[in-house]
Ligand binder design. Sequence first.
Ligand code: P5A
Length: 444
Amino acid sequence: MYISQSFIPILKNNPSEAKIKSHQLMLRVGMIKQSSAGIYSWLPLGFKVMKKIEKIVREEQNKIGAQEILMPTIQSSEIWKESGRYEDYGEEMLRIKDRQNREMLYGPTNEELVTDIFRASVKSYKSLPQLLYHIQWKFRDEIRPRFGIMRCREFYMKDAYSFDISDDEALFSYNKFFISYLKTFKRLDLTAIPMAADTGPIGGNLSHEFIILAETGESKIYTDKRIFDLNSEGTNLEKKALENLRKKYEEFYSVTDEKFDKDEFEKKVSENNRLKTKGIEVGHIFYFGDKYSKPMGASVDLSGGKKDFVKMGSYGIGVSRLVGAIIEAKYDEQNEIMKWPISVAPYDVGIIPMINKNDNSALEKANKINFELKKNNIDALIDDTDENFSSKIKKMNLIGAPYQIIIGKQTDGDLIEFKEIGKETQKLDITEITNKIKELKEKN
Ligand code: P5A
């Protein structure tokens, strides 16, 4: 893709209304455009990144046996009255009336709707467990939408729901999502720490938020530094293995603000391992048993002839928020360099030819290189404008393709100037370059 033909509306300077770096960068390189308070359009660069994140989230859901569905954004108030949340949800819920004067709403979450789907067709314990998820827009009329897409009113969420026969089986499902979240965030090159959290309007008594550290985050966290050394490597999806994985994490004190207890923190964590900081909540999982299944009558036949309400959990990932969270974690604001992880980068490589008025040879060379890259499924953005070299580099550094190819006076013969953004330039031939990028893409 040529920059001259792309829709990447870059601003010369940082927009003054943006207070945190992800919001600044997203506006600066035209990833999003605000359409009204807390509501955004996604422009090509931002949309590309979000779609790549969505793909990874989907793959990791499928790996634990969750099945994808798609529920609508508009819901009937009836099911929310059944669960008792219609009034409780308060002003965050956007309520709408249709032409028959029926009360409808724009879904802030889908516990009721998915329970309604489940109860209509699943009748026997033999069909359990069921793990269902969808990736869909949500609306919450946040009192203070801020920080761009980090806390907005309309946002894109992956929400999953589990249905099980017993508490014990339900915790097995909970643990499947626990590992799936660790793996998802790792593929996005983020370290997200599970922290015991409050359940708020979703309900239940077991819950973890997945938090990435960031000074600009809205969640206050208290944790034991040693938790950062843990990972899920080598853990399979068997019940016991998953139980042990969660135990391994829960051994270390790690909580959000609402769960914080100073005495417990100081008792359990030695002074040099204590970390009080801020973070961004990128995922949140809940176990709430029969909170929805009981009032909504979602029960199944048990083996002995009795019936019981199914035990449920729900599991959310902020897909659109993750775009901002990755920027918060990766953007070097001082040097104005963004480096997207290759797994979600809007382009794999930026090609920067130095173009002179009377000499097209650099652009021709760029086209040839791009042809080779394309053959290997490597997506490049070529700066074909006649701006000066340093402003081209600046622009490409903001767009954040993790690799750059520079075609200038130095380019002689088959060797091409290639660099990982922010690092030293190397001289490689096109085969070496494609192999390097292909290898990295395959790993992710
Ligand atoms: C879990 C799935 C739920 O809604 N019901 C279905 C449960 N959980 S949650 O914590 O409220 O939200 C899940 C994730 O969505 C993101 N998120 C937001 N992103 C942008 N703007 C918002 N206003 C917003 N609210 C929630 C977060 O990543 C959260 O973890």
